[in-house]
Design a protein around this ligand. Structure first.
Ligand SMILES: [Zn+2]
Length: 1077
């Protein structure tokens, strides 16, 4: 409840002498071969303007030079747009043009395009809700409720209508809801759903909706005093429990039709009046809303045209058509990038690529009040190691020599495009804390007539959004350069894994896979060392020193005090020891072939890995292949605590809370050593994944899960995951700081991370698929002129053992216009933030509360837009910000995900697994997870390169004679309509008809015909593209397994509860109308 986190403005301080844990040191930096940007200034003698000298030296192994346009001064660069950057405080007349914020003029002009829908749809659909939640007992009025709603009844009767204009007065600052949607219990909110009004005033016949029969913008009709107010007098919620009568009108235009439903709020005047109460969550109101399937299982939807509600696939297609194939230059502050689904090329011109950083909004509200008023979360999702397509330039490495990277003396921000050089180039003002710093002598350079350093285009740290610095010894543990990291493969050789053939599968695969360990660009072979452990109740370590003829095994049976019995020969270079390792991998399956041991340990296995890294003074990753709950007598022993009775109770949260004690300590030990844990689980029953995955999910690791693993059906699926995982680009022993310019700061962090304090994000490792979501709060007022700057600095060890700093910078606009803020929102980022914050919230709150908060905040954000930004129109019209028009479908989908659905039919481990994987997801993955691709294959053009356009995820889009591929990044289905044409079945399966199809097929036969080739190439293309492998499941229409497939049709009612998109939209619309009254 407290707004402390938000309002309180602790002294702005980001200064920290060193990145946590790394004390200042002695000695010069190691002579690094990455000096082509470093060194003395005279090395950069290019003329201030004109042709650019390629900024690359002859150092081998360095990223290629940028394409020339990259540095072509004629191309618009960030520096070429002084008006978008803060004018320097002193001197530098060249920058003197006042920062005429271009965005100011854009703001507040034409009303933003909105998605306008007439209201009767909601009225009609409310019927369905009314069956359940609406009839639930009226909520108890909350004494804390805000005034406006307590005096609600027919509050506005007879008052003239005052449609909210774009510039309507700000809400009084009595919001009870802090910015963060989920950190608080929803008790402070106003009581909106007041029972007494129900029905009474609504009793009249449904008013002819004629008044809103006009086009969407025809708000005029309700401009007058509430006509027929009698019928309408109640607040919108008055309809609770009362199904709106009457069938929908014959539709002539989807939602823009008048209809009986319009009756409800139609004449109800909108007041610009007290608005402040709308912030809080309303406890009773959503009542049973999202959860209960039964309540929502009303009569089938009245036939509304589903095409008329905002479509995700359409939004994706439109953006692809508009921006696909184009170059996105990052030179403009606050520019909203193309959607994650769009295929575009990024050219770094001063801001980090959206592949590295994406924001919920690219225009931050200037004031705390404005931020609270709209409740749009302010967050950035950072994927520091994101893979770049081949046509984009890899990051440059800058070496500032033995002094290390240049940093602001006060806030320690790194040299970047936000630093303003003044005083003829002798000093620079920090864009983050405004401190004026001296330019070190070796770094001095003259300014050109624009006030820009003449070496601007030659120094990535001045002209680019992303780059790396070579870190000096000060940034290394114990001031020693790190050793190359190591990978230890730890294989559970208990009965289940031997019997299933898994152990043999792993050993066979490693022989070829280890040849492909990632290596530094230009290096001959990988510097990563490898080691091997097998275990059940005891651990077996292997000496695979190259000099040995045979590997040697050492057994540690005392698992209480784990130690590593050998140092020399345990972690080796794969190429050197290849013969011994081959020998070992051949022997392992045979050695344990006769095992009867079914008990395993788990914590000691990880401890062994940490000890091995400690002894070798390196960081690295453990690959653990494990099958069952660790029940053997040892630290971290677990017992079955799964309890379906807890589902939908206050105690459900305990299912998501890991066991503490030894696991908690183990995470800390791992992070301290830079030991990342990847867990491959092969369970046949409950394993307490919540606890077993605790260490991976705090060390930048991944958890893979293969239920009831069988080599024949799951082997390839698992191996694809393993191959991707081993070969991923990755950094180790990482620590990340997010610095911001004054006025706001990072307050909350989500990811597979560990935090010892409130600012340092520690990750034992971070790979190309891991993202950290960072939430920001205001400390103070932000300036439209200077904008807001974010700098993410990641200190890490490369795969070859170099210490580096990876810097990502992003500048955002600041605005006092809500319309500007809404225009700059990014739905995919917003939903990433909401997913993570909801998934964290369920650790402490009942699901019901969490979902209520999600619904309320959705309604609130949209109502605030409607009130302040949309042009006046009938309250009955649903008007959504253009940038957020499909936000509701994602939000509804989120609430139907396994972690947020309280259903006893779902496995606790599966729910926990999804919860943890989402916590580390980037925007692209969360988007796909919450809105799967449903690709029609039946009318595919076998000659076309293009993927067929996906259709909306709804049963209505399926056809009996159709064939569809569905994928969400984790699951993949090939759905076959029962009337599939025989030639399709023949072409793809080589079978005469669908009836001949055997169950459990998990790959398509390789047939040489155009259809088969095309379908298989689509599937393999998708598998290639996604971070995780997916197991192909083939389902026939009306077969039982079809249920599995249907749960991914996210626009339909949830299989385990949860509303259809249409119902949800109607529900949200009603909430909005209520907030607007
Ligand atoms: Zn500073």
């Amino acid at each position: 409840m407290s707004q402390q986190g938000y309002v309180a403005a602790p002294p702005y301080s980001q200064a920290q002498p060193r990145m946590g844990g790394y004390q200042g040191g002695f000695g010069p930096g190691p002579a690094q071969p990455y000096g082509h940007y470093g060194g003395s200034p005279q090395a950069f003698n290019a003329p201030p303007t004109g042709m650019m000298k390629p900024p690359v030296s002859s150092a081998a192994g360095m990223p290629p030079p940028p394409v020339s346009s990259h540095y072509n001064p004629n191309v618009q660069q960030n520096g070429a747009h002084p008006q978008r950057y803060p004018a320097p405080p002193t001197g530098s007349a060249a920058y003197g043009q006042p920062p005429q914020s271009a965005y100011n003029s854009m703001a507040s002009q034409a009303p933003p395009p909105g998605q306008q829908l007439a209201n009767q749809m909601s009225a009609m659909n409310l019927n369905n809700y009314a069956q359940g939640p609406m009839q639930s007992p009226p909520p108890t009025p909350n004494s804390v409720a805000q005034q406006p709603f307590q005096m609600a009844p027919p509050p506005a009767m007879g008052q003239p209508q005052t449609p909210p204009g774009p510039q309507s007065p700000q809400m009084p600052p009595q919001m009870s809801q802090p910015q963060s949607p989920l950190t608080n219990m929803p008790i402070a909110g106003p009581q909106i759903g007041g029972p007494p009004m129900a029905g009474a005033q609504m009793g009249g016949p449904p008013m002819a909706g004629a008044q809103i029969g006009g086009p969407p913008m025809a708000g005029a009709q309700i401009g007058g005093p509430p006509m027929a107010g009698a019928q309408m007098g109640g607040p919108p919620m008055a309809g609770m429990g009362r199904p709106f009568p009457g069938p929908p009108p014959p539709g002539a235009g989807g939602f823009q039709q008048p209809g009986p439903g319009a009756a409800g709020p139609l004449g109800y005047p909108q007041q610009a009046g007290p608005f402040g109460g709308m912030a809080g969550p309303q406890p009773g109101m959503p009542g049973g809303f999202p959860g209960a399937p039964a309540q929502l299982a009303g009569p089938p939807q009245k036939k509304l045209d589903p095409d008329s509600i905002p479509s995700t696939t359409q939004v994706i297609e439109d953006d692809q058509a508009k921006q696909g194939g184009q170059v996105f230059n990052t030179n403009i502050r606050g520019q909203v990038p193309p959607l994650v689904t769009t295929d575009f090329t990024v050219q770094d011109q001063g801001n980090a690529s959206p592949r590295f950083m994406r924001c919920t909004s690219y225009s931050l509200p200037c004031t705390i009040d404005l931020a609270k008023q709209c409740q749009v979360p302010l967050a950035t999702i950072i994927k520091p190691f994101a893979s770049l397509p081949k046509n984009e330039t890899p990051l440059y490495v800058v070496n500032h020599g033995e002094t290390g990277p240049i940093r602001c003396n006060r806030c320690k921000a790194y040299m970047c495009p936000s630093m303003q050089f003044i005083d003829g180039g002798r000093r620079y003002q920090c864009g983050f804390c405004n401190c004026v710093n001296e330019v070190p002598v070796f770094y001095f350079q003259h300014l050109d007539h624009m006030g820009r350093r003449v070496d601007f285009y030659e120094r990535p740290e001045l002209s680019l959004g992303s780059y790396e610095f070579v870190a000096t010894l000060d940034y290394c543990k114990n001031n020693k350069p790190p050793n190359p990291p190591a990978y230890i493969f730890m294989i559970d050789v208990s009965y289940n894994n031997i019997k299933s053939g898994l152990v043999k599968l792993i050993c066979d695969e490693l022989k070829t896979l280890l040849d492909k360990l990632p290596s530094e660009e230009g290096a001959e072979s990988s510097a990563i060392k490898v080691g091997f452990v097998t275990y059940n109740k005891v651990l077996h370590f292997y000496n695979v020193k190259s000099a040995l003829a045979q590997p040697q095994m050492m057994v540690v049976s005392d698992t209480a005090e784990m130690f590593v019995p050998l140092l020399d020969g345990f972690l080796v270079n794969y190429q050197d020891s290849k013969a011994v390792i081959y020998n070992l991998l051949d022997q392992i399956p045979d050695m344990f072939a006769e095992t009867n041991e079914s008990e395993t340990v788990f914590v000691p296995v990880i401890q062994a890995g940490v000890e091995a890294f400690k002894a070798a003074e390196c960081s690295g990753k453990l690959f653990i292949f494990h099958s069952s709950m660790p029940t053997a007598e040892a630290p971290g022993k677990l017992k079955n605590r799964d309890d379906k009775k807890l589902v939908n109770t206050e105690k459900e949260k305990t299912l998501f809370q890991p066991q503490k004690g030894v696991y908690e300590q183990l995470s800390k030990d791992c992070v301290a050593q830079g030991c990342c844990v990847d867990l491959f689980l092969f369970p046949s029953q409950y394993v307490d994944l919540t606890t077993m995955a605790d260490v991976p999910s705090h060390t930048g690791g991944s958890v893979y899960k293969y239920n009831n693993f069988q080599v024949e059906t799951d082997g390839e699926h698992f191996l694809r995951d393993l191959r991707k995982d081993v070969q991923k680009s990755i950094g180790f022993d990482a620590i990340m700081r997010v610095r911001t310019s004054t006025g706001f700061r990072a307050t909350d962090f989500f990811g597979a991370i560990h935090m010892n304090n409130t600012t340092d994000i520690e990750m034992a490792a971070v790979d190309c698929d891991k993202a950290v979501t960072v939430e920001f709060k205001h400390d103070d007022t932000l300036s439209e002129e200077t904008g807001a700057h974010i700098q993410c600095a990641l200190l890490y060890t490369t795969i070859s053992g170099q210490r580096r700093l990876r810097i990502h910078n992003l500048s955002l606009n600041c605005t006092s216009q809500l319309s500007e803020l809404y225009k700059s929102c990014e739905t995919d980022s917003l939903i990433n933030f909401f997913a993570k914050s909801a998934y964290r919230a369920i650790l402490n709150q009942p699901l019901k509360n969490v979902k209520e908060i999600l619904v309320n905040q959705t309604a609130h954000m949209l109502a605030c837009y409607r009130k302040n930004c949309a042009s006046p129109s009938a309250a009955s019209q649903l008007i959504l910000p253009d940038a957020m028009k499909v936000f509701p479908v994602y939000m509804n989908s989120l609430m139907k995900t396994a972690p947020l659905v309280g259903s006893t039919e779902l496995s606790t481990d599966d729910r926990a697994h999804q919860r943890l994987s989402v916590m580390a997801m980037g925007v692209e993955e969360s988007q796909l997870l919450l809105y799967p691709r449903l690709i029609p294959l039946h009318n595919i053009d076998v000659n076309s390169e293009a993927l067929p356009a996906p259709v909306r995820c709804s049963e209505e889009r399926l056809a009996d004679s159709g064939m569809f591929l569905l994928e969400n990044g984790h699951s993949m289905f090939l759905w076959l309509g029962q009337a599939s044409p025989p030639d399709h079945i023949q072409g793809i399966f080589n079978l005469p008809s669908l009836a001949h199809l055997q169950g459990h097929m998990c790959a398509l036969p390789e047939l040489d015909n155009p259809l088969s080739n095309k379908v298989r190439s689509i599937i393999s293309g998708l598998l290639e593209k996604r971070p995780n492998s997916m197991k192909l499941q083939i389902v026939r229409q009306k077969d039982k397994p079809e249920m599995l497939f249907r749960q991914f049709l996210v626009e339909d009612k949830g299989l385990h509860g949860g509303a259809s998109y249409m119902d949800f939209l109607c529900y949200v619309h009603r909430e909005i109308r209520q907030l607007l009254t």
